[in-house]
Design a protein around this ligand. Structure first.
Ligand code: CO
Ligand code: ZN
Length: 335
């Protein structure tokens, strides 16, 4: 699984430009599903055929990044964010474009870091003038953190753990369910454009019309020095979401998830995320409504170049999702 985490996190794929990561995921899922297709917006769907009720499982493929807003005469690139990027975390970081061009972010002179704004930042790709820059990149091009995966022992750091770790979990789950009998239909959806407003999941849920859904994403934790209060820690098991700013998880789906964890003696934590959202926020509002839950992998430093997860939470997350998919209770749950 570690190899998959390193491969998925190191692949390029900002919101709206998910071709590379979709290709990588497609190669992993193609032999384990009854049908695999890409929808008009670019969501990758792998179907395990079965009976009603259909259960949609979603993890987003896209990652946060930067976009070029202007190239100046001296060849410096002015930038804006794609998704939730905090500008003071960018100073000195390297970014890479789809064509492999790499640059580093710095800022104009400021007397205090409080004066930092997007307009004071620039990306330097080593171009001596506008022509040299324009030969490598164009207005509107997007870049992502250029940072490699590191194995710290039990924990890992990488860019884009949000939400390639969810993609890894769905891929592992699909492989684990291969050859096992699952009664209801499962649709595994690797969504696009989550980071800019849960967009891909919206059209995917409309097309697939699932009866229930479970999204898999990362969540913030409160176990670092002087961290904001948050009752989720690294290494204490996958989190079962109660609420974030995009969704109040359906009590029946949440209860099914909690009972499944308890029955199978899988460590879990309950999650209330005060700010942030995930694909379930779009999915549960599709058509006449789709009761939805979320399993979150605890993650430190979300939306930075080095997001940290604990490998044991990931392993337990796959097992919990496996048991959830195999639960007979979906067919008798009702609305
Ligand atoms: Co995110
Ligand atoms: Zn996410």
């Amino acid at each position: 699984m570690q190899k998959l985490i390193s491969k998925f996190t190191e692949t390029f794929g900002p919101s709206g430009l998910e071709d590379d990561i979709r290709r990588v995921i497609y190669e992993e899922v193609k032999n384990y599903a009854d049908e695999v297709f890409t929808d008009p917006l670019g969501n990758l769907v792998a179907v395990r055929k079965g009976k009603d009720p259909r259960l949609m499982l979603a993890a987003h493929m896209d990652e946060i990044g930067l976009i070029i807003t202007h190239i100046d005469e001296k060849g410096f690139l002015r930038i804006s964010s794609v998704g939730g990027v905090t500008f003071y975390q960018l100073i000195g970081q390297r970014f890479m474009f789809a064509n492999g061009t790499i640059g580093t972010v710095y800022h104009e002179k400021v007397d205090s870091f409080k004066e930092l704004t997007w307009s004071k930042l620039y990306l330097d790709i080593g171009a001596a003038n506008k022509e040299e820059a324009a030969a490598k990149v164009s207005l509107g091009d997007m870049a992502v953190f250029h940072h490699s995966f590191v194995d710290l022992g039990k924990r890992y750091i990488a860019k884009a753990m949000d939400d390639r770790i969810g993609c890894v979990i769905l891929v592992e789950l699909l492989k684990r369910l291969y050859g096992q009998k699952v009664s209801q239909e499962l649709v595994f959806v690797f969504t696009v454009q989550e980071e800019v407003g849960l967009r891909g999941a919206k059209s995917a849920a409309y097309k697939l019309a699932p009866r229930y859904a479970v999204a898999v994403d990362v969540t913030r934790v409160g176990d670092m020095p002087e961290a904001p209060r948050m009752d989720v820690s690294l290494g204490k098991g996958p989190a079962i979401k109660v609420k974030d700013s995009s969704v109040i998880c359906h009590p029946k789906v949440r209860d099914l998830m909690v009972k499944t964890a308890e029955k199978n003696k899988i460590d879990y934590q309950l999650e209330v995320l005060e700010r942030g959202g995930t694909d379930a926020g779009s999915i549960h509002l599709s058509r006449e409504g789709v009761p939805s839950g979320v399993m979150s992998i605890p993650c430190r430093y979300v939306h930075t170049a080095s997001e940290m997860v604990d490998g044991r939470d990931v392993e337990n997350g796959v097992t919990l999702m496996e048991k959830i998919c195999l639960s007979p209770e979906w067919s008798s749950m009702g609305q």
